[in-house]
Design a protein around this ligand. Structure first.
Ligand code: MTE
Length: 321
């Protein structure tokens, strides 16, 4: 086999490439996105120009979208990165070390159901094909704690448009990976693995629905649900499914893991409402992580002006838990 030994004076390509050319390679990937990703993914769904993890990592930090502002300080990464719910890695909040077992490459998103073309997309091709931005979002867990996080990623609407569901599809069902060898929590038979969540197509198209691929200006840490998770800031945190590996467009309302386990406490809509208590505790206030203070919880977690319209005519539904 021919082997070219690099001489000391030969620089690796990336260190030799002037920055403006590196940038134009990045914009080339972004530009393909603007064309609907056809260049990247090709008709056979085998990418003609495959993006690599090194390339998509290098997209960070994403440019912040100033439309999403906060009424409180960001929660420090040293707080949020060691206080997580990720039952695939254990039932305590201290799963950050165990979550490092999660293998995030290769990572393939499977898309099926009521869609023009079922397919499998590599995570880096998907990230290169999507628009990119950072948003500051509040996050409210059903357990009455909250945090504020700089997520990076892309609007869920961009993903749905890109995947082209059929008009008969009413819901987006999302599934986390299932691999008990990689996720010790999935060996616990008590839970109906894999983790599942879902939203209506209208909710998915709302401006606030955001697919997360990074946080704090970096690629997403494993304990946050790398490499692909959801952020729905007006809903309780359990709707924000982590480490998504499958999306199914369907006309049947998806049943999430928590609803399957305990439907008297957790339902499909799960919108934040301080006036509707959880059967076992009040939702009126929340503990803001890292501050030692409780603050009043807001309707739709403070995002009512963006999302209240989604629920007009659905007042008979159990919208709040
Ligand atoms: N997704 C998966 N796959 N597994 C989980 O256990 N927990 C949910 C949600 N998504 C969970 C998940 C819950 S209950 C919450 S509050 C948030 O993730 C926690 O997100 P965080 O750890 O980034 O704060």
């Amino acid at each position: 086999m021919h082997y070219h030994r690099r001489q000391g004076w030969e620089l690796p390509e990336n260190t030799a490439t002037p920055e403006h050319l590196v940038m134009s390679r990045r914009s080339l990937l972004g530009g393909a996105a603007a064309l609907g990703g056809g260049l990247l993914l090709g008709a056979s769904s085998r990418p003609a120009l495959a993006a690599t993890q090194a390339e998509t990592d290098a997209f960070h930090p994403y440019v912040r979208n100033p439309a999403y502002t906060l009424d409180r300080a960001l929660t420090e990464e040293k707080v949020t990165s060691v206080y997580n719910n990720f039952y695939e890695y254990g039932t305590s909040k201290s799963i950050s070390a165990a979550a490092q077992q999660l293998n995030v490459r290769p990572w393939v998103l499977k898309v099926d159901g009521m869609v023009e073309k079922p397919r499998e997309i590599g995570i880096d091709d998907l990230m290169a094909a999507m628009p990119r931005e950072e948003r500051l979002y509040r996050f409210r867990c059903v357990e009455a704690w909250s945090m504020t996080i700089p997520w990076s990623g892309f609007p869920m609407k961009a993903l749905v448009d890109y995947l082209k569901p059929l008009s008969s599809a009413k819901y987006v069902r999302m599934e986390t990976f299932y691999d008990p060898k990689m996720a010790p929590g999935q060996r616990a038979p008590f839970y109906p693995w894999p983790y599942v969540e879902g939203v209506t197509i209208e909710e998915a198209a709302n401006d606030l629905a955001f697919i997360v691929t990074g946080a704090y200006g970096k690629p997403l840490a494993k304990q946050f649900g790398a490499p692909l998770r959801l952020a729905l800031p007006w809903k309780y945190g359990f709707k924000s499914i982590k480490s998504i590996s499958k999306i199914t467009f369907t006309d049947k309302r998806p049943v999430g893991l928590w609803e399957a386990l305990q439907s008297s406490e957790y339902g499909f809509w799960a919108n934040v409402n301080p006036e509707v208590s959880h059967p076992r505790w009040s939702q009126a206030t929340e503990n803001v992580l890292g501050t030692n203070t409780r603050v009043p919880t807001q309707l739709f977690n403070g995002y009512a002006e963006h999302v209240a319209g989604l629920y007009k005519g659905l007042e008979k539904e159990r919208l709040w838990a």
